[in-house]
Design a protein. Sequence first.
Lengths: 203, 203
Amino acid sequence: MTSDTPGTTRPGGRTARNTAAVLEATLDELGEHGYAGLTVERVSARSGVHKATVYRRWGGVEGLLSAALEWSTTHPWEPERTGALHTDLLALNTTVLHGFTEAPEGSVSAASVAAAFSSPRVAEALRAFMTDRHARAAVLVTEAVARGEVPDGTDPVEVVRSAVAPVYYRLFVSREPVTREDLDLAARVAADAAAGGSFVPRS
Amino acid sequence: MTSDTPGTTRPGGRTARNTAAVLEATLDELGEHGYAGLTVERVSARSGVHKATVYRRWGGVEGLLSAALEWSTTHPWEPERTGALHTDLLALNTTVLHGFTEAPEGSVSAASVAAAFSSPRVAEALRAFMTDRHARAAVLVTEAVARGEVPDGTDPVEVVRSAVAPVYYRLFVSREPVTREDLDLAARVAADAAAGGSFVPRS
DNA sequence: GTCATAACGCAACTCTAGTTGCATTTGTAG
DNA sequence: CTACAAATGCAACTAGAGTTGCGTTATGAC
């Protein structure tokens, strides 16, 4: 038995081209038809990669979505700075709103939230994605602490969650329109509560 | 042409029995297999009502879900009173958590949030459902205003949204576990912000 | 260059969701 | 009680998602 080489994976050439083509087609399809219209057959046709190949490599629609989401996690992202926590969080909320409503990233993100309900795999990818975003946005709060705007010991991620949660709530749960005033109110409430020490863990 | 009577609907007898059987089967199926496992064929088999009939009357899974959601809107619900806004909102958040995670109502609610992404009909039913809940929960805030805990002019529904949004955010977006401390923090932040006048509309 | 094999393309297949035409049952008006 | 039509049951059908066996291509090691 020469079984010390049980088989090598081969990431190069055609395989890499197919991966790129399928992922790109997935994003395009999501942008055009949304999650409800996302089907393996269409992605296959659009990418020129055979249907059976897509099923074998990604396992189905959920796998395509997970891959697309993981791909967008790799894209570097950094929040804007405006000089004060309240306006920083407002800018963050604006970014969130755009990032979940406008194609193409918006289609991926919103579709992932939807698919996470029925696919543990997508749910896990979404969790990882949001954790990454939390960590990146938390810098806004730690900087506010450094500026003395917010007391020491404040939980930065908790402030971020508090600021963005009402936006997601309106978008995906209560299904209400989201105005600029809504974004501002959520940001202001979170910033004020942070300044007041509400996010410093109690003993 | 005797066409002055174009046809009468008939709500009685067998039709009513079928409606009840199908709705009950829908709730049971949701509780057992969740939204991903909700299928017309299973509901049809469980209820004893023929598949074609279900498709004709409800149009498919989305229709079943809308009907179940509208049915649960009719159920009267009233928030608990504890005597103070902070603890009122904590109790509300506890109810929200239960109402979206425990069968059978939890299955309906969570499934509706999921289905609203791909079905405008479910989205509209969900919006109506949440509007109803907002209105009922808002009483907690108006009573706090009456007690003098919260300034006049406070937007009650906005306080409710602020309190519950982080719960939904963790449940459905960031997919993080929800602890009692999380419920309390969200309630406290909302109550403090309300007491501080953050929810009084600016000029 | 040559060779073993991972990855792919292809076609035919299964399975299930959803539809349709028609006969039958069953409320409801008179 | 009788008659009409709405609602249902039934069975056969269509369509599309997902699977499988097998031959072909192309990658990476030698």
